[in-house]
Design a protein around this ligand. Sequence first.
Ligand SMILES: NC(=O)c1ccc[n+]([C@@H]2O[C@H](COP(=O)([O-])OP(=O)(O)OC[C@H]3O[C@@H](n4cnc5c(N)ncnc54)[C@H](O)[C@@H]3O)[C@@H](O)[C@H]2O)c1
Length: 339
Amino acid sequence: MEKIRTCLVGAGRAGEVHGDVYNFFIPDSKIVAIFDTDVSKAKNLANKYNIKEKFAFEKFEDALSEVEFDAAVITSPTFTHCIYTEMSARKKIHVFCEKPMAITEEDCNKMTAICREEKVILQIGFMRRFDAGFASAKLIIENGDIGNPLIVKSVGRGPGLPGKWAFDIKNSNGNLAEVNSHDFDAVRWLSESEYKKIYAVAKNSKNPEIGKDYPMFYDNATVSATMENEVFGLIDSVCPCDYGYDARAEVVGSKGVLFIGSLQECTTVTCTRSKGIVTPQTLSWKKRFHDAYIAEDRHFIDCIINGKQPSVTGEDGRKAVAAVIAANESVQKGIPINL
Ligand SMILES: NC(=O)c1ccc[n+]([C@@H]2O[C@H](COP(=O)([O-])OP(=O)(O)OC[C@H]3O[C@@H](n4cnc5c(N)ncnc54)[C@H](O)[C@@H]3O)[C@@H](O)[C@H]2O)c1
C-alpha cells in the first residue's frame, strides 16, 4: 500500500514529536514536506528525516503548490491553526491539528465546517485519550466500577514554559490553554458531561520579568468547574514546574476512586543507606506520552486509510477552547462564568 504522504506544519517542539512518529513509528506514513516560517528549523527536520532540503518550505503556499501530500500535521503556534487548516482542507488534505484547536470558538467552528464541506478528516491532538492509563480509566468509568463520577481532578504542571509567542494571552489564551487544554478535555471526557459553570483564579508568581512585557501572563492557576451532570471538575496549573512534568488525574465516584498516572517515570527504585529510597521522576511530556502520541497519530492515519471519523473531533477541540475562554474571563472578572 502507498504510504500516506504527510506535511509537517511547524517544526518546533510538537512538530518534531509528531514528525518522528509519522516518519519512524508508523509504517503507513512518511513525511514528504516540512514548513516553518523559520526555514532553518524545517531544514533541520528535513535532514533528520532524510528528505531533500528543497522540501523544506518557508511558506505554506509553496509547500501546497510544489509537493503532493495527503495529510497536514499542524504543530505551529495556536493562532495559526485556523488558517493552515483552511488552506489544507481547501486542497482536500486531511488535517491533524494540535491542541488548543484555535484561539476563538468562531475559528473552531470555521475549521470544522470547512473540513466537513471538503470531506476531509479533522482530528485534534488530545493525546491523553490514547494513553493506556487514561483510556483504561475511561473504560472503568463506563463499566460503572466506581459508580457515578462525583469529582474529576486533573493536574497539569508543565516542566518548561511554551515559546515566547504564547506569553501574550491574545496569541495563546495563556497557560490554561497551552498547558491545560488537556486537563479541560480530560475533565469533560471522564465526567461524560459538558461544562456548565467555571470559576478560576490565576497569578504570575515565578516570572515577574515576563509580566513586565505581558501583564496578563500567569504561571499558576486553579479552576473549579460544575458540569451539566453536576460532577465537579478541579484543574490545577503550574508552569514552569521545577520538579518535572506532572500530568495526573483522579476520579472520585459514588462507589470508588481511580487514580491515573504517576510522578514516577518508571518502576525502578534504588535504596541506599546514605540516599534513602530514590526513584526517577517524570521530566518530559514527550517521554510521558510517547506511546500516546504514536497511538493518536496511528488513529489519524487509520481514519484516512479506512475512511473513518476520528474519535477526537473538532467539536471536542471547540469545547475545550470554550472552557479555557470562560476560565480566563473568570480570572479577569473574579466571578464564576456560566457557559
Ligand atoms: N499535545 C501536546 O502535548 C503539545 C505539546 C506541545 C505543544 N503543543 C501545541 O503545538 C503547537 C506548537 O507548540 P510548540 O511548543 O511546538 O511551539 P514551538 O514554539 O516549539 O514551535 C512552533 C514552531 O512554529 C514556527 N512558527 C512560528 N510562527 C509560525 C507561522 N506563522 N507559521 C508556521 N510556523 C510558525 C516556529 O518557528 C516554531 O518552529 C501549539 O499549539 C501547542 O499548544 C501540543
